[in-house]
Unconditional design. Structure first.
Length: 513
């Protein structure tokens, strides 16, 4: 590899790392963002879209921009993706309310998601076939390291950044780094000009729109909650408001099914499909994709719930730091055992490694349920260690099974689809589990009377009464719902054992035998 190629790859890996960081950086700063943006803390089904908008845009961008880079060239596609990413980062840094933050996160996610497939394609262009596998593995490792380190990165920046709302620096810091990466790519990797005369006809725009519409309708339908807390005199017990689309749950889900069916039909008949459905004809590939979807749905629960629980139990000024410390054993073990997972898989096989990993995840969530029974943060550490170890172990065998099941010519898209479906599991999982949690919380607090200040009550007395309600009633109920969510996440991990059972102990595709 030439010096310029090494520089280009280094700049591309930096950009991939930034995009992956921002997948999960929200985890430890979300409670502070909710407060500073004056978002009602009870409207969890609304502000979960700060997470979901990034995930959805990230998912759609992976196949779309991957194909676009084939048509317009890697450098142009890469720099365009970075422009999107830094534009979204600027929107987020300057956001003044929930809608502007969601819009910024969607723009940022589109750019961040696009960086991964373009970088993988650049590796394919720069390296001979014999060296591509190791380099692609490095790209995947950098991506995994980024989203694993995201919560710690967010907490660290909040601790050292100046100002009243230091979480904004999490987004500001992306801008100079993205600009530096774009300039480095432009100098080191000249644009690869391709025949782009009819590039629009070779880009499956209807398929992309159908994919985006399916995911948007599905997640809106799943996450739409009702009112949180009973109403009295115009107020609500927990201050929650009705979700604007709460009455459209069934129509949204029906629309998502119809759009999804059209998308599948389109992918089967398009000459340039975004997602090659032919890969699903292989039983091993399908099993790996389903398993990775379930892993994503289970994984996102810990990434989101731990900071929320922390915000309930510690002072507001300490939330980001304590949440990062709580997530540290979880994320560090994911990173460490992701690296070790490949070696373990080679020794005991795909199925056994993945099975052990999912059993550890389920045991970890069970330990989280038990450890939180007294409302103590340290009680969750054993569960986080177990779950982190399990998730770390399961990534390598699932990814290897999917890639090994694909023909040589499709290994790159197979790797990308494995990532897409894990992210899809994360976004659908957080939407569905948030809706379940909101409805469960509503069932537990729905009979509470809304607190209103009486004529003879001072403001201090009124606030003291609100605090008493929070700590004596609402806090225990909220922790109960969080514990139940952990059990659901553990159950999802156990369901993942079903597709894992279809894995062979070891598999070599006929094309490579």
């Amino acid at each position: 590899m030439t010096r310029s190629a090494r520089r280009a790859l280094g700049a591309a890996l930096l950009a991939v790392f930034l995009g992956a960081l921002d997948l999960t950086v929200i985890a430890t700063i979300l409670p502070s963002m909710v407060t500073d943006l004056r978002i009602n803390a009870a409207d969890v089904d609304r502000y979960v879209w700060i997470v979901n908008s990034y995930l959805l845009a990230y998912i759609v961008a992976i196949p779309v921009v991957g194909r676009l880079s084939d048509l317009l060239g890697r450098t142009r596609a890469f720099q365009g993706s970075l422009v999107l990413f830094l534009t979204g980062s600027l929107f987020c840094a300057l956001a003044s309310d929930l809608p502007s933050m969601i819009a910024g996160r969607a723009i940022q996610g589109a750019g961040g998601g696009a960086l991964l497939p373009v970088t993988m394609a650049m590796v394919g262009d720069m390296l001979p076939p014999g060296r591509r596998a190791a380099a692609l593995g490095l790209v995947g490792a950098i991506d995994t390291l980024g989203w694993v380190m995201g919560p710690l990165w967010g907490a660290m920046l909040v601790e050292i950044a100046p100002g009243q709302e230091p979480w904004r620096w999490v987004f500001f810091v992306n801008i100079p780094l993205a600009i530096a990466s774009a300039l480095a790519i432009g100098r080191a990797a000249p644009a690869r000009r391709q025949a782009a005369r009819n590039w629009l006809t070779q880009l499956d725009i209807p398929g992309a729109l159908l994919l985006a519409g399916t995911l948007l309708a599905l997640n809106l339908g799943l996450s739409a909650g009702g009112e949180l807390g009973a109403a009295t005199g115009g107020a609500r017990a927990l201050g929650g408001s009705r979700n604007p689309v709460a009455g459209l749950v069934v129509p949204l889900l029906v629309v998502s099914v119809l759009l999804g069916a059209l998308m599948i039909w389109r992918q089967r008949h398009s000459p340039w499909p975004l997602l090659p459905v032919r890969l699903f004809h292989d039983r091993q590939f399908t099993a790996a994709i389903v398993a990775n979807f379930l892993v994503g749905a289970s994984l996102i629960v810990a990434m989101v719930d731990i900071p929320v629980i922390t915000s309930l139990l510690v002072d507001a000024d300490d939330v980001s730091r304590v949440a990062a410390l709580m997530l540290a054993p979880f994320t560090v073990l994911i990173a460490a055992l992701s690296l070790a997972g490949g070696r373990i898989t080679s020794q005991i096989g795909f199925r056994r490694t993945a099975t052990i990993g999912l059993l550890l995840v389920a045991a970890g969530y069970g330990a989280l349920w038990f450890g939180l029974r007294n409302g103590e943060l340290l009680g969750m550490v054993p569960g986080l260690l177990l779950a982190g170890a399990g998730f770390g172990l399961v990534f390598a065998p699932i990814g290897a099974t999917a890639i090994d099941a694909a023909p040589d010519a499709d290994r790159g898209i197979a790797a990308a689809m494995t990532l897409v479906f894990r992210l899809l599991g994360m976004t659908i999982g957080i939407s569905a589990l948030t809706a379940i949690a909101v409805r469960r919380l509503q069932g537990l607090v729905g009979n509470l009377d809304a607190i209103e200040q009486t004529p003879n009550e001072t403001t201090a007395e009124f606030l003291a009464r609100q605090t008493t309600l929070l700590y004596e009633i609402v806090l225990p109920v909220s922790l109960q719902v969080a514990r139940e969510t952990f059990l659901l996440a553990g159950a999802i991990a156990l369901i993942g054992l079903i597709p894992i059972a279809a894995f062979t102990a070891q598999r070599v595709h006929p094309d490579r035998s």
